[in-house]
Every structure is written in C-alpha cells, then in structure tokens.
Design a protein around this ligand. Structure first.
Ligand code: ADP
Ligand code: MG
Length: 403
C-alpha cells in the first residue's frame, strides 16, 4: 500500500518528566456561543489525562493552544481566560492564564513556577508567526521549556510554530490524547477486525476523495450517504434533481466505484432519499426512490429504507469507521438518517471510530458519543489520517524504540 501508516512515537510515558518544565500544545479550540461562553468543553476534558499525568510527577506544565481564527492580532473575545477557568474547574487546581504566549512577562511567570503548577499561555494565533511557522517565534516558545509535548491532535495536520517549529528545539513526544487518537486510526488502517466497513458522507465528494481512495482497498463494505451521494448518482446516469453535483469529479467517482468492484468491496449507495425544496427547517420533505428524484428538489438525507439497509449491512461488521453525516443533520427534518446510523454504531459489538468535525458533533448531539469506541477530537486531522497522509505534527515527534 502506497500510503503511510504512522510509526509509533514516543509519548510522555517513555521519558522522564519529573520536575521538568514541559510545554504542552493542547487543542483548546472549543466552539463558542454568541456571548463568548464555551459551547462544548469536550476538547478541554480530553486534555485532562496528559495534564494530570504531568502534575502528578511534579512537572511544571506550560499549556498553549490556539482558539478560532484571530488572524494574527489580539481579539479580546478570543482570549483563553475562560478556557483556563473551565480547565481549572475540571482539574481541581489553579490554572494561571497569561496575557501573551511569548515575551518577558511570560518568561518571568514561567520562572516563578513550582512543581505541579499549571499555566496557560495566551492564544497562539494572536501572533501571525504561529501560522507562518516562524523560526524565531518557535524558538521563543521552546525556550520556555525543557520538553515539548504535542497533545493537539486536532491541529497536527498544520505546519505551525507550536506544532512543528518548536519540536526542532526540544525533545518532542506525544501526549496521551494524541497517542490515543493515533492508536485508534492506526489500528483500523493497519489491522482491523473484519468485516470492516466505512460509512462516508458529508456535503462534497471533493473533500473526501483522498479518504475514499485510501479506504476502498482496506474495507469489505463501503456505504455512501450525504450530499456527495448526488455525484455518485450522476456518475451512474441517474437524475439528481436540483442537488449539487460536482461535475468535475464524476471520473474520480467512477474510478472509486470501479476500484470497489475490482477488489470485491461491496459498495452501497442510498436506494431512497429524503428530498426537499430547500435545505432549511420547515421545508416540506418527502421520500423518493433514488432513481426518481423530482427535477426541482434536492437530496437532504438518506431515506428510511436506506437507513434500514445500512443498519443491516453494518450489523455484521466488527469494525466501522464513519466520516461525514448522512444528511443535513443540523436541520431536525433531515437528521433521521444520521441519527439511525449513529444508533446502529452505538449498538454494534465491535470497534467504532468516528472521524470528522460534523460527524463527531452529530454523535455528541444524539447523546451517543460514549457508546462509540473512539470519537476523534480532530476534524481535518482525522481526514488526513483516513486519507493515509502523514500529520506534520506527528512526523516531528521522536520515534519510539521498537519493542
Ligand atoms: P465532517 O466534518 O464530519 O468531515 P463534512 O464536513 O464532510 O463532515 O460534512 C458535513 C456537512 O455535510 C454538514 O454540515 C451537513 O449538513 C452536510 N450535508 C450532509 N448531507 C447533505 C446533503 N444531502 N446536502 C447538503 N449538505 C449535506
Ligand atoms: Mg466538516
């Protein structure tokens, strides 16, 4: 297989962190409500094992993260103070939030730390040098610590200063969350229990071509849903009504279908779909066969027959990876297909891995996240892994010795 499966990287368990100053790149890029409060603290909770591990060993824990997209300037509502407060509550110890991530005040705060102390640097993206992977900025960040820990799976597909640049200056290892994410994806890509199915959906097939190409040779069963089903239908000459079809991707999609047929992979497209005039709440929805989509309507979800068929096909699987919702699940009228696939996976006796920002969001909204083997905290990073592409932030870490 031409694509890479990452080699095992050193983690904080493989090195001596006791009493050390440790720079931890976390992913505190949490969704915010309109009033600026934290809408979902999953990513903060996910960082706790690494922070606790370090505190228990009297390390001095210097946390850093980006939040949203401040475009290289200070944006008051994107300060990390609220994140520090939430983290402090969850951790049960003080977390000091600093006003910047580099500079003399940061240096003196770090110099004053005792073993077990935790502080949080200010939003890295207040500095344009973070996204530019600026070497001087990376060096300044690195100068704060003796060890670098990447625990930001969700940002590890980015070549940014706090993800890649710092690792050139310090011993660089994975945190426990990053290691868990890598283990989950590596296992399904390398050695899945079979039968192994992939459920791929979402808005556009162009976002998922890399994933489809990498996954088809690995799976026994491939289920397609979401808006991208329209491009699959069009590639087979069905009418797609007013749905968006990516005409420049028809050949790619035919290639995926041909590859599946050649390898004996069972490829299922929706047999029925929910269609509507618009993709908004309140739009009148009805179910039609996929071969009879009215001209003026768009595909909004998989139909109930498809949800049952997918459910039956998945029930016999021992590993399922799911990326991309089956419909416009944000609108209650079009959420049923996604909900039923989520329920099927929740009941599956096997390994279930959820990758993709919207897919994880859907599973969480349905209250089923705890029923899955692994719900990834990374959207773009999960897609990168499923596409078999290296994550720059992981490549930069030290390799573990072979056992
Ligand atoms: P993920 O973030 O899990 O990788 P994507 O970003 O690929 O998923 O897709 C998520 C989006 O796809 C959702 O916002 C959802 O509304 C949209 N979507 C799903 N089905 C359709 C459809 N039939 N038409 C338009 N958009 C859709
Ligand atoms: Mg997405």
């Amino acid at each position: 297989m031409q694509n890479v499966i990452p080699r095992r990287k050193k983690t904080i368990r493989d090195i001596d962190v006791r009493g050390k100053r440790v720079l931890v790149r976390a992913d505190f890029n949490v969704p915010l409500n309109d009033d600026g409060s934290i809408a979902d603290d999953t990513r903060i909770r996910a960082s706790l094992p690494t922070i606790r591990y370090l505190c228990e060993r009297d390390a001095r824990v210097i946390l850093c993260s980006h939040l949203d997209r401040p475009q290289g300037v200070v944006v008051e509502r994107l300060r990390l103070t609220l994140v520090a407060n939430r983290l402090s509550m969850l951790l049960g110890r003080p977390v000091l939030a600093l006003q910047d991530c580099i500079g003399p005040e940061v240096e003196s705060a770090v110099a004053g730390m005792s073993g077990g102390d935790v502080l949080l640097l200010e939003n890295l993206r207040f500095h344009p040098e973070e996204r530019a992977n600026d070497p001087a900025f990376a060096e300044q960040l690195a100068s704060l610590a003796e060890i670098y820990v990447n625990d930001a799976f969700g940002a590890s597909h980015r070549v940014h200063a706090s993800i890649v640049g710092v690792s050139e200056h310090l011993p660089a290892v994975a945190g426990l969350l990053l290691a868990k994410e890598l283990d989950a994806f590596t296992r399904i890509l390398k050695d899945p229990d079979r039968p192994f199915a992939a459920v791929i959906g979402g808005a556009k097939v162009s976002d998922k071509l890399g994933v489809l190409e990498n996954i088809v040779p690995r799976v026994d069963l491939l289920l397609i849903g979401g808006g991208m089903a329209a491009t699959f239908f069009a590639s087979r000459g069905y009418g797609t009504g007013a749905s968006t079809v990516e005409n420049d991707r028809l050949d790619d999609v035919r290639g995926i279908s041909a590859k599946a047929a050649e390898l004996g992979v069972r490829l299922l497209l929706p047999g029925d779909v929910v269609v509507a005039e618009r993709l908004d709440a309140g739009a009148r929805a009805r179910v039609v066969p996929a071969t009879a989509i009215p001209d003026d309507l768009v595909i909004a979800d998989i139909g109930p027959g498809t949800a049952s068929e997918f459910g039956q096909a998945l029930a016999g699987c021992r590993t399922v990876v799911w990326n991309g919702p089956m419909g416009v699940f944000e609108v209650p009228e079009f959420a049923e297909g996604t909900r039923r696939v989520a329920a099927t996976l929740a009941n599956l006796h096997g390994t279930t891995v959820i990758g993709g920002g919207s897919t994880a969001d859907a599973v969480t909204r349905f209250g089923l996240a705890d029923e899955m083997t692994h719900v990834s905290t990374g959207g773009g990073a999960a897609l990168t892994m499923l596409a078999g592409k290296p994550l720059p932030g992981v490549e930069a870490l030290e390799e573990a010795e072979e056992p």
